[in-house]
Design a protein around this ligand. Structure first.
Ligand code: ZN
Length: 261
């Protein structure tokens, strides 16, 4: 992997991180994502181009508006940094190819949706729909370009499987998750299925394990034994990333060590 390619991925990640901040702030409020230009929510002054540089702009301004000194949330540079760093790492590890594009799609929408869910407890329809459409285009284009439909077929099976799993869980236990989670599930299944069966199976289970751990921690902190609602979307995304990273090793370990006993 050439350095220039990784540097390009980091820069693209930083720029998309900046756009992700716009989505995180505006989509839940139903605002346009193209206009007006970004402005300070307190004094209304437009953000100058040189202060809009990802991460560096926030550091330069020491986290305050240049006009009225209102504090700017550290979420902005954090989202930009996380997006830039993850784009670089994914590209470095997987190289150019369809898997990289699918993974970067997961990283972008996953980070945006997790941040919105944490803040508003919602997964807005326009974003879960855009995630699904982007994946459908990438998966279809890859299959047409390579003439190999096996990844696309696994991707569709993954989408249907996780859609059904979450749909059934929602019907059986509506308090446990929101319908937004059901709409996010097929996209995560499509990503994991595209990568492979081990990633799909481990990623699907990992979401519930992370969610259960987060639920227990939330109940302990609230000193309650039940009834503490946590947003589940972020744990679905973390679970999918877990499947991406450890899916193959965990599946190999399971088949070799557990089943062969
Ligand atoms: Zn201001």
């Amino acid at each position: 992997m050439t350095t220039i390619f990784i540097v390009g991925a980091v820069l693209a990640g930083l720029a998309l991180g900046s756009f992700a901040n716009v989505l995180i702030y505006r989509v839940p409020q139903g605002l346009s994502i193209v206009r007006p230009p970004s402005a300070c929510p307190r004094c209304g002054h437009e953000i100058r181009a040189r202060h809009n540089v990802p991460v560096l702009g926030w550091i330069w301004l020491k986290g305050r508006c240049a006009d009225c000194s209102a504090p700017i949330s550290p979420r902005y540079p954090l989202v930009e940094f996380a997006m830039g760093a993850t784009f670089g790492i994914v590209t470095w590890l997987t190289g150019p190819g369809a898997n990289t594009v699918v993974l970067l799609t997961l990283v972008f929408y996953g980070l945006v949706l997790a941040a919105i869910d944490l803040e508003t407890r919602r997964l807005p329809n326009p974003l879960t729909a855009a995630f699904a459409i982007t994946l459908a285009v990438v998966v279809l284009a890859t299959a047409v370009a390579t003439g190999d439909w096996s990844d696309a077929l696994r991707s569709v099976i993954g989408a249907v499987a996780l859609g059904l799993l979450y749909g059934i869980a929602f019907v059986a236990y509506p308090k446990g998750m929101g319908f937004g989670d059901v709409k996010l599930a097929p996209s995560l299944g499509a990503v994991l299925g595209f990568l492979g069966w081990p990633q799909l199976i481990v990623g699907a289970f990992a979401a519930f394990i992370w969610g259960a751990v987060a639920g227990v921690i939330a109940m302990r902190r609230a000193r309650k034994s039940r009834g503490v609602a946590i947003p589940f979307g972020p744990w679905m995304v973390v679970g999918a990333l877990t499947g991406v990273v450890v899916g193959v090793p965990v599946a190999t370990w399971y088949l070799d060590v557990v089943l062969v006993q």
